[in-house]
Design a protein around this ligand. Structure first.
Ligand code: ATP
Length: 357
């Protein structure tokens, strides 16, 4: 187990700054997930940790050693990429052994490591097959196995599941979680899939434009997003946003819509953010609206409705009966809202959250 410490790391590619003075501390044994939209620099950051791209400023420390200028082979890392890139003419065993053979590892040691990794990944029965005789999920397991046999202190994963269908992705996701629990190694995992990020991460790093937007446990980041970008990026359906302001009576007001908050900041322009699970459709509630669209999801439904100019969503039970055009009443759970300022930054007030009164 090793820690990874990035200090003021900057990376420029083709004359374009991709990562800007990024600081990040990854604790030993942690499963850290880098999440962000396409092009935000996640892979570049991972490649810099692996030594596949050069830093133009700052440093990369692994296990307490400054390895900013070290070769990839000297960094003690195992890496799994999105495309499995297995050697098609080699068996699974040979694919998994190849790197160790090239590094001059003794035969008996290679056999021990391959068997251990194969057992962990349920590949024992497939060791003499060729890649063409494997399913996509099995191939990706071999690719993971190839990294595991290195018995590295730090594993880097670059969207390893994105080529798989949804069912396999969910299965391998659970296997990776178990694997991490068993190995206890430090893992850094890049994805743009928020379900993967939420379910795998011990801590989540949300990136945008080469910069870190927020670092925290998945629940912290979900419940208390640092800004509007993070708030909108995590969660499906997305968080509802309502532009308005806080008045002197500590109410959030947007046209007809008013919500009393206990520990709101002073009067200011603000955007209220509320997740659909904290919007409650109830007879007798204070606010009136009209249903526009209903999306059944099997185990729940998403009801979209218009309240003046605002189009909002709420999660309701699967068996609740609503119809487009129906007049409803709703309330917003003020204990679970976020307020963002004009620049989109979360407005923190005494209790972090804004209890209802
Ligand atoms: N060799 C290169 N030369 C110039 N620009 C590059 C190079 N490699 C990547 N980039 C640019 O760097 C930015 C970040 O790319 P990167 O692959 O790190 O993003 P990402 O967040 O991993 O995205 P994705 O999820 O699409 O892989 C992109 O704008 C990309 O076009």
């Amino acid at each position: 187990m090793s820690n990874v410490h990035l200090r003021k790391l900057s990376i420029t590619l083709g004359g374009k700054p991709i990562i800007r003075a990024l600081d990040l501390q990854v604790e030993p044994g942690e499963f850290l997930v880098l999440l962000g939209p396409s092009g935000c620099g996640k892979s570049t950051l991972l490649h810099a940790i692996a030594g596949l791209v050069d830093a133009c400023a700052g440093s990369v420390e692994i296990g307490g050693r400054d390895l900013t200028l070290a070769d990839p082979s000297e960094r003690g890392i195992g890496m799994v990429f999105q495309s499995y890139a297995l050697y098609p003419t080699m068996t699974v065993r040979d694919n998994m052994s190849f790197g160790l053979k090239m590094a001059g590892t003794p035969k008996a040691e290679i056999a021990r490591r391959v068997e251990r990794a194969a057992a962990m990944l349920q590949l024992d029965a497939l060791l003499s097959r060729k890649p063409a005789q494997l399913s996509g999920g099995q191939r990706q397991r071999v690719a993971i196995g190839r990294a595991l046999v290195r018995e590295a202190d730090v594993f880097l994963f670059d969207e390893p599941l994105s080529n798989l269908d949804a069912k396999l992705r969910a299965e391998l996701r659970r296997e990776l979680k178990l694997l991490h629990a068993r190995l206890g190694s430090t893992m850094i995992y890049v994805t743009h899939d928020q379900v993967e990020a939420m379910t795998l991460a011990s801590r989540l790093v949300v990136m945008r434009g080469g910069e870190v937007q927020q670092v925290g446990t998945p629940l912290e980041v979900y419940a208390r997003p640092a800004n509007r970008f993070v708030a909108g990026f995590l969660g499906a359906p997305a968080m509802n946003f309502i532009d308005g302001g806080v008045d002197p009576q500590q109410r959030f007001v947007a046209g007809e819509l008013a919500l009393s908050l206990a520990d709101a900041p002073g009067p200011c322009t603000a955007t209220l953010g509320v997740r659909p699970e904290h919007v409650h459709i109830e007879a007798g509630a204070a606010l009136a609206a009209e249903v526009t669209v209903i999306e059944p999801m099997g185990n729940h439904q998403v009801v979209w409705f218009a309240c003046g100019p605002h189009l909002l969503s709420a999660i309701v039970p699967a068996d609740a009966a609503y119809a487009p055009g129906q007049a409803i009443r709703f309330r917003i759970d003020a204990a679970h809202v976020s307020l963002f300022d004009a620049e989109g930054k979360r407005i923190q007030s005494a209790g972090m959250q804004y209890a209802s009164v």
